[in-house]
Design a protein around this ligand. Sequence first.
Ligand SMILES: *Cc1c(COP(=O)(O)O)cnc(C)c1O
Ligand SMILES: [Zn+2]
Length: 412
Amino acid sequence: MHLRCVDCRRDHAPALLYQCGHCGGILEVAGESGLEPPRDAALLFSMWRHAGRLAVTDPRHIVSMGEGLTPLRRAPRLEASLPGFRGEVWLKDETRNPSLSFKDRLVSAGMSKALELGARGVVCASSGNAGASTAAYAARAGVPAVIVVPAHTPAAKVTQIAAHGAVLLLVEGHYSRSYALARGLAERHGFANLTTTFLNPWAVDGAKLVGLELFEQLGRAAPDAVLVPTGSGPLVKGVAQGLALCGQQTRLVAVQAAGCAPIARAFEAGQDAVLAWDVPRTIASGISDPLIGYERDGTYTLQLVRNSGGLAVAVEDDALRQAMRDLARLEGVYAEPTAASPVAALRRLLAERRLAPEARVVCMITGHGFKDGAAFAEMPARTHRVADPEDLAAVARLCDEALAENAAAEKD
Ligand SMILES: *Cc1c(COP(=O)(O)O)cnc(C)c1O
Ligand SMILES: [Zn+2]
């Protein structure tokens, strides 16, 4: 098992290495550990039941909190709300990971391998979720963590990171500034960099197991398309790579927010190279990544999308709010704005006939609603004050009216 450059294909010895020393390209893990399935029952009920597919060679280094193995559920009420749709919509519920986002897959894999390679601490630049995950796994492993996030990161994510006792640095400006600072700090302190762009190949490698799970959960078949909220793209790669391990392929749909859509913009324009985005403006904090200084991550993701016969698409914030409501009210799923973006994209692509009405699609629901309650709080909340709880008749009348209103609203 070693590292390989995705550009010049040169091999590198396994190490805490973040780019190809020859061409500066993105590194990926080549090969697998071949570890036996773990004896520890807790590990068997996590993505580590496929430990042999990952890179850790000594199971004692595994840092796990039950990540992965998330539910995949059909979404019949959402399907019924899509005009003319005759296919299947499945929700891959990544909100169920230990720190409430799919980043736990990357951080568990990356942290474990970093410890195996001798790291004494970790650094992570994050728009919130990767930082929360790294802080939690560092606490679990008992190693120091320095987390760097944009100052405007949603309060719930900041609180979560701080709760785990990490050193938390808030940096003014967009995410790419945090990214650059984390690189410098990791070098200065000699800590492993767990930033979950394509920087850390050991972390990105952890995402592939989600593709394996999709194949198993769909009865050993691949979906026609997988819609993935996309910042720099490791999850896009993970879906494709995991399905490829099962001899399968799918159309990859990279979903971005209209207010920060470097990959979708390049796709629409038919360009090969992704350029950085100027000033991100969106409620989707998890994919608000302008890629400044690592545009090649976007270019690589764009290639993966094109090679799959898929597409990249941007959705407006209003469509995100609508999708959050859809998930919450039609399927009982509480998702942060970023995580609802696949549903917004699905609605749009079906309307534009860019997805077939009989397609079987998977939406990656990547992060929990509690991560960013503000977006829901802005929606008009229908609550009813009860003046006198002893007056059952009056309260029942109030309920009848409210229930009738809800039923009427659902018909629209
Ligand atoms: C990080 C993140 C993404 C984007 O993932 P990439 O692999 O960086 O493209 C999507 N959704 C959520 C909730 C995230 O936290
Ligand atoms: Zn190279």
